[in-house]
Design a binder for this molecule. Structure first.
Ligand code: ADP
Ligand code: MG
Length: 313
């Protein structure tokens, strides 16, 4: 029997916990905890493709670009996206390989630094909403706007340093490296791809691609990846075991099994917050086949149907 293909989208806590500074040791430790779960899932007989966020890592890298300005040239957001894909990809392939070995599973693990095509006329380019990098005072924000052409917005009104750079978060259109990824999957290699939502690129008239200053939502990109590899299941791992309706409100209720149609209704009623659960639920709805949203430590139980929120056709 053909092994089912599972795409796993890992949330930020798989690499850095909110209270941590984000040292190399901390990140490796978290990735190792994640790797143990992934090895257990691999043991169940799934082919695996893994994707992940990069928010805290890209944010730190952007601060490094600014603080060393005048000493070495600052790199673009697209380059920072490529760098964090390499960074996190290495940590994952390193720890997953080790944890597989521990389970006596001999499967190679490989990271593909992935580009994702976006549409130049995506409406988000007109009114960017995704905050990236450090917080600024109003004066600093205005200086960056003058000197670097940043679009800046006050994201925390009334606070001394409440300003941030904002960039567009366009819809992912196409995974450029999908053929390479699919060839690796055919060989049963575990692939880490499209990290941080992938490097956003535009397609030029001569057929080449160039980086654009944007950030693609990792859950939306995770859906595109799941589609590009024809995944059988899509597992979104975050920091909650189940999705709720009336989240943090009277009448809060955990969702176990719901249909795509029910998910759409709840979505339209505003039960899932934009920027966190909203894009996850949207990705699950678009996937159409079974998608599961749960926490990292419940992943295996959720795959076995014991917990998590299952979104079914
Ligand atoms: P990740 O790094 O995994 O993408 P996010 O913080 O973006 O994590 O998304 C997970 C968060 O979504 C949860 O911690 C929770 O605060 C929030 N959330 C918003 N709406 C809901 C909901 N309806 N049910 C459960 N969690 C929700
Ligand atoms: Mg998120």
């Amino acid at each position: 029997m053909k092994e089912p293909l599972l795409v796993i989208a890992l949330g930020g806590n798989a690499i850095k916990q909110a209270h941590e500074k984000g040292t190399t040791e901390e990140q490796f430790h978290n990735v190792d905890v994640t790797a143990k779960q992934i090895a257990k899932i691999a043991r169940e007989g799934f082919k695996l493709v893994i994707t992940h966020g990069n928010g805290p890592q890209a944010g730190a890298l952007l601060i490094q670009q600014e603080e060393t300005n005048g000493i070495v040239p600052a790199q673009t957001l697209a380059v920072c996206g490529a760098m964090t894909q390499g960074q996190i990809g290495w940590m994952m392939q390193n720890r997953i390989t080790y944890r597989l070995h521990e389970e006596s599973i001999n499967i190679p693990v490989c990271t593909i630094v992935t580009q994702v095509v976006v549409n130049q006329d995506d409406p988000d380019f007109q009114d960017p909403t995704k905050p990236v990098g450090p917080f600024y005072s109003k004066d600093e924000a205005m200086k960056h706007r003058e000197e670097k052409g940043y679009i800046v917005k006050e994201v925390k009104p009334g606070v001394e340093r409440g300003w941030r750079r904002v960039v567009p978060s366009p819809e992912p259109v196409k995974v450029v490296e999908s053929e390479a990824i699919n060839s690796l999957i055919k060989k049963s290699i575990i692939v880490i791809a499209s990290g941080g939502g992938g490097i956003p690129v535009k397609e030029n008239p001569d057929g080449s691609y160039s980086g654009v200053e944007a950030v693609i939502d990792k859950d939306r990109a995770g859906f595109k990846l799941a589609q590009a590899v024809s995944a059988d299941k899509f597992l979104i791992l975050t920091d909650v075991e189940k999705v709720f309706i009336n989240y943090n409100k009277p009448g809060q209720k955990a969702l176990d099994k719901i249909t795509v149609k029910e998910a759409e209704q709840y979505m339209n009623q505003g039960h899932f917050l934009a920027g966190s659960m909203g894009p996850k639920m949207q990705a699950a709805i678009r996937f159409v086949k079974e998608a599961i949203i749960t926490s990292l430590n419940k992943a295996l139980d959720a795959i076995k149907g014991k917990t998590g929120t299952h979104i079914l056709p």
